[in-house]
Design a binder for this molecule. Structure first.
Ligand SMILES: CC(C)(COP(=O)(O)OP(=O)(O)OC[C@H]1O[C@@H](n2cnc3c(N)ncnc32)[C@H](O)[C@@H]1OP(=O)(O)O)[C@@H](O)C(=O)NCCC(=O)NCCS
Length: 166
């Protein structure tokens, strides 16, 4: 299994993987595969990483995010998908950490996301209720800071993600 950047040949497989991974999720409105395509079309897909083992078994997208009271370049993580039969074996963490390492090397200040804290806390994300996003319960808003600063304020994700309110 290797983790690598997406190529043009991966777009359809990423779409299908994302669609199938989110399909059973009660919080999903099924928009996630289109969000990945829209991020790409908008030029907002800063990093798109796939886990490849005779086909695409995992994917994560990172895109620019603005935070009203934070300095530096922040990014949003998501959507992230792991094929159902490969979930809970560390692959989501591996994809996230590979992307975070790449963002750190690009000089990013950190990364924010909305999601299940039980999934993202073990990956190193924290939650200190200083970030807000569109009225969402703050326990679902998490961040990881590369320079130790704690981001504060309202998050504005890339446009394609802004239509997705979990
Ligand atoms: C979310 C997802 C990407 C995680 O990938 P994964 O490979 O299963 O995750 P990992 O095995 O790396 O697990 C990371 C941590 O999350 C926890 N976790 C994973 N799935 C979980 C779940 N459904 N509920 C609670 N905790 C979960 C794991 O226990 C692990 O913590 P640990 O290290 O303390 O054991 C994957 O489950 C998935 O594709 N889900 C469907 C799509 C989705 O919900 N995407 C995210 C939306 S916020």
């Amino acid at each position: 299994m290797i983790i690598r950047l997406e190529t043009d040949a991966d777009h359809q497989a990423i779409y299908a993987l994302t669609r199938d991974a989110f399909a059973p999720m009660s919080f999903s409105d099924g928009s996630e595969p289109d969000i990945v395509n829209q991020l790409r079309e908008d030029g907002d897909l800063t990093l798109s990483l796939v886990a490849d083992q005779d086909g695409i078994i995992g994917h994560v997208a990172f895109s620019p995010a603005k935070i009203s009271n934070a300095e530096g370049a922040w990014y949003g993580l998501g959507p992230i998908s792991v094929r159902a039969d490969r979930q809970r074996q560390g692959l989501g963490s591996k994809l996230a950490h590979t992307g975070l390492d790449m963002l750190r090397k690009l000089g990013a200040a950190g990364c924010v996301l909305t999601g299940n804290p039980d999934v993202y806390r073990p990956m190193g994300f924290s939650n200190d209720h200083a970030l807000t996003y569109s009225g969402l319960n703050p326990k679902y808003i998490l961040f990881i800071s590369f320079d130790g600063t704690v981001p504060k304020g309202e998050i504005n994700f890339a446009e394609a993600l802004e239509e997705d309110h979990p």
